[in-house]
Design a protein around this ligand. Structure first.
Ligand code: GLY
Length: 368
């Protein structure tokens, strides 16, 4: 819903121009940005197109929950993105199941759906759970039925491309069964063009191995009025065991927001975000006075320590050098509009939108 507002856009844009100039003088964008009373959206790299579309509406007073959900819906409906919604990679049985949640700062309420099937916009269904039930979470068949009751049509989410990738994964799983991978010289149509996953272009090989677990979209939003909300949505871990739910629909793990403090969300290995209550911890550390970047790094250090303990009976959780063998990205935003994006490893991007426009910035890596 859009509330009538005085036109502050030119004022904000002027402030943005001054801020951009100061960034240029500094040589690079600082890890944490501190400005007040302006809308800000922060989230995963694949949120950029949605943020570009919603930023002008936020400048005109769009509510943060509306903004966050509209941002993620772009990817939910995109058949080319294989990490979320339509076109997302399926579970080990070839069935696409989706997880999503949203949280609203002013009312401190949240809703989520887990392992929902045949539903294009689980983020909107999560909102319905929040606003039209006394519950926080619906899963599986109950969540799908609930979606139909509220007019969400049945949609086949398994695209031809995702089905082909799943088949290649299934064929390559074992040399002790009767399925054979296609001969190298005979490329299938699915392998000919790159795959879009979390805003990156990947080869089939990368999709099947290195990047298996990272697909999700998160958006945290701070409105012109200073209200906070967030949303996270995903097709979850590719080729997961049927019934597996990741961090995205778990309030406090894949997202959390508190109107008195800030908002946070994560993408990457969901199990690590669940075991560390990552998003809740981000917000609680900010409540204790930490800047967003410091809070995010502290949570990643906690995740690292937990993986090292877990490696006692699951050695594959850590690499040879003892550091986590997976990645986790965290996006943090406080009520003053300060934000940060951090990850365990790499040089990946995250999305930001404010008076400087919508853009990608580089995540800060804990372990380089
Ligand atoms: N973070 C997405 C998942 O693990 O399902």
């Amino acid at each position: 819903m859009t509330r009538p507002r005085p036109d502050r856009r030119s004022l904000l844009l002027a402030a943005g121009a001054a801020a951009t100039a100061s960034h240029a003088l500094a040589g690079s964008a600082p890890a944490v940005h501190a400005r007040r009373r302006r809308p800000v959206m922060v989230g995963s790299a694949n949120g950029l197109p949605g943020m570009q579309a919603q930023l002008p509406r936020m400048m005109d007073g769009l509510e943060p929950l509306d903004a966050a959900i509209e941002v993620v819906k772009v990817v939910e409906a995109d058949p080319e993105d294989m990490s979320v919604g339509l076109g997302g990679l399926p579970d080990e049985d070839g069935v696409v199941t989706l997880d999503a949640a949203c949280m609203h700062g002013p009312t401190h309420n949240a809703g989520s759906v887990g392992a929902i099937q045949d539903t294009l916009h689980p983020s909107e269904v999560a909102r319905l759970v929040m606003e039209r039930t006394d519950h926080c979470m619906l899963v599986g068949e109950g969540a799908s039925r609930f979606a139909r009751e509220y007019g969400h049509p049945k949609v086949d989410l398994l695209t031809e491309r995702a089905r082909e990738v799943w088949l290649r994964w299934k064929e390559g799983m074992s040399d002790r069964d009767d399925r054979l991978s296609p001969k190298k010289s005979k490329k299938s149509g699915a392998a000919d063009r790159p795959y879009r996953y979390m805003g990156e272009e990947l080869t089939l090989e990368q999709l099947l191995t290195t990047h298996r677990i990272t697909g999700t979209i998160h958006c945290s939003a701070l409105s012109l009025e200073g209200e906070l909300a967030c949303c996270t949505t995903t097709s979850g871990l590719s080729f997961k065991i049927p019934g597996r739910i990741g961090d995205s629909p778990v309030i406090g793990a894949g997202l959390y927001c508190d109107q008195e403090v800030g908002s946070a969300g994560g993408t990457g290995r969901g199990e690590s975000a669940i075991l560390s209550c990552a998003s809740f911890l981000c917000v609680e550390l900010m409540r204790g006075g930490m800047a967003p970047k410091d809070a995010g790094m502290a949570v990643l250090r906690r995740v690292t320590e937990q993986a090292q303990r877990g490696a006692a009976w699951q050695p594959e959780l850590v690499r040879e050098d003892g550091l986590p063998a997976f990645n986790l990205q965290l996006y943090l935003l406080n009520g003053a509009g300060e934000y940060a994006g951090v990850e365990l490893y790499g040089t990946h991007a995250f999305s930001v939108a404010d008076e400087d426009g919508a853009r990608h910035e580089q995540l800060e890596a804990l372990h380089g």
